[in-house]
Structures are given as C-alpha cells and as structure tokens.
Write a protein that binds this ligand. Sequence first.
Ligand code: G3P
Length: 218
Amino acid sequence: MKFFVDTADIAEIQELASTGLLDGVTTNPSLIAKSGRQFLDVIAEICDIVDGPVSAEVAALDYETMLAEGKKLSKIADNVAVKVPLTWDGLKTCKALSDEGIMVNVTLCFSANQAMLAANAGATFISPFIGRLDDMNLEGMDLIHDIRQIYDNDPDVETAILAASIRTANHVKDSALAGADVATVPPAILKSLVQHPLTDKGIEAFMADWAKTGQKIL
Ligand code: G3P
C-alpha cells in the first residue's frame, strides 16, 4: 500500500516528505481554495518537494478545454498526474492524455462501472470516494472490493486503485484489506497512523529501565 497525502498545504507536505515515507500528493479545487494560493505555483512547489505523483485537477468540464488544461498542468513537472472528473468528457481527456504518456487520475468515482470505464480510458489512477459514500449511508469500502475484483479479472488493466475521501484511520486499513493500491489521506489522519498507546507505554518503561543502567550508546 502506498501513501499519498491529500492536501495543498506546503508545510504539511514538507513535514511528511521529510519522513521519506510519502509516495505522492493529491490536491483538488477545494484544497487549492483552502490554501489561498495560486494553483500553478502550489503544484510546482509540491512537485519540487515530492518525487512521486502529484495530482492537479482540471477546472473545465468540456473535453477541449480539459485537454488544454491537462497539457498545461502536465508541463509543470514530470510527476504531475492530471486529475479529471468521471464524465464522458473527462474520460475522453483521460484517453487522450494517457495516449501521450501523461499520468491521469480519474476522480469522483462512485461506482464500479465508472471504474471500468476509467481503466479502459487508460487511467493511471482511479479514485473511489469512500467517505462520501459512507455519508449517504452506503458502504464505501464495498466499492474498493468490487473494483479490485473487476480489475483483477482483466489482465489488461493497469490502473491503480487510489482510495480517496478517507476520513478515518480505519478507512486506511480497510482500503488496504480491500485491495487498494494507494490511499490518499488527510495529513492529520496520516500522522495519526503511527500512534498506539501501548507503543507510548512501552517506550516509557524501556526508557525508565535504560536510565537505571546508567549507560549511553553515544
Ligand atoms: O481528494 C479528494 C478526496 O480525498 C476528498 O475527500 O473528505 O472531501 O470527501 P472529502
């Protein structure tokens, strides 16, 4: 399972990238708006910090403009993954960009049928939105299971399942169990994954006993 962080906050990205454990970044128009910064500048900065894929979403809804926006975004850096919505125009754009060797993340996926179309359009990533399905009292995780099974049935599918709209640490674990290849996780949840009270308690006991030995390693 690879971990992407779902944010446009440069400080958070820097902090997480410094661990060496960050595989990529996803942004969306809402996260860019929250950053209060210029979209193209933020994406360029993120691409300088992180070597892995950095998703940058088109703003247009029609094929021609989406394609032009996607090409412009892809020129920012080699690791830009152009993010397009799951519509016919988005899929057409995905096909055109992926035919040119540009990474594409097809976003706002809420059904297995949509995920099949995205794979056929050559998507690098499909982004099923777990939390937003849960919000509707549906079982978001079932979608990851279904897509995994469908993709595994077709040896030609190369699309990676990128679990998105992650709201809890359990969403991360359950996505991995369901066969997602990547989870894009908000910074606070990503940082919380390391925490366990028994780890803290164990460290406390080991430190107390170590102090009694009076020894030093360095
Ligand atoms: O990047 C897309 C996705 O992760 C959004 O999550 O919490 O707004 O549904 P959320």
